[in-house]
Ligand binder design. Structure first.
Ligand SMILES: [Zn+2]
Length: 137
């Protein structure tokens, strides 16, 4: 029997259903503008480059580069410590696209700016959600 998941869960806001459906299948999808071809993370109704609303949820590689991180030694209730929150610059460009997430399965002492990272998904037991994490690629 697994322990209950006590950390707050993300809200599935309207319009992000394709993201959560793909996450449940352990796939990363990100809105891609059909007008200029740019990627838009975090999801937003208009493209940040050309303001077009013509965006399609598109499979992304799930790979990127570690930009920065913070090791939290004592977190709020429900957060097993220590844990790492990081910013990872995803490979999909040309405009810089940074994704916030926790790092798992990677020793904290191994973290280095510029190291290769990949998205992995954690299925939350007894909750209808899968959440992205990063680990060393
Ligand atoms: Zn655009």
């Amino acid at each position: 029997m697994s322990e209950p998941y006590l950390r707050p869960l993300p809200a599935k806001s309207p319009g992000t259903e394709p993201f959560w459906e793909a996450a449940a299948e352990h796939r990363l999808v990100i809105p891609k503008c059909q007008n200029c071809g740019d990627w838009n993370w975090i999801p937003y109704p208009g493209c940040r480059t050309c303001l077009s609303e013509d965006q399609v949820w598109t499979p992304a590689s799930g790979y990127g580069t570690l930009m920065t991180w913070s090791i939290v030694s004592r977190g709020p209730p429900g957060f097993p410590s220590p844990y790492v929150t990081a910013l990872v610059e995803l490979d999909e460009r040309p405009r810089s696209m940074v994704m916030l997430g926790n790092i798992v399965d990677t020793p904290h002492e191994d973290l280095k700016v510029g190291m290769r990272m990949q998205v992995v998904f954690e299925d939350i037991a007894d909750e209808d959600i899968s959440i992205w994490r990063f680990k060393a690629a």
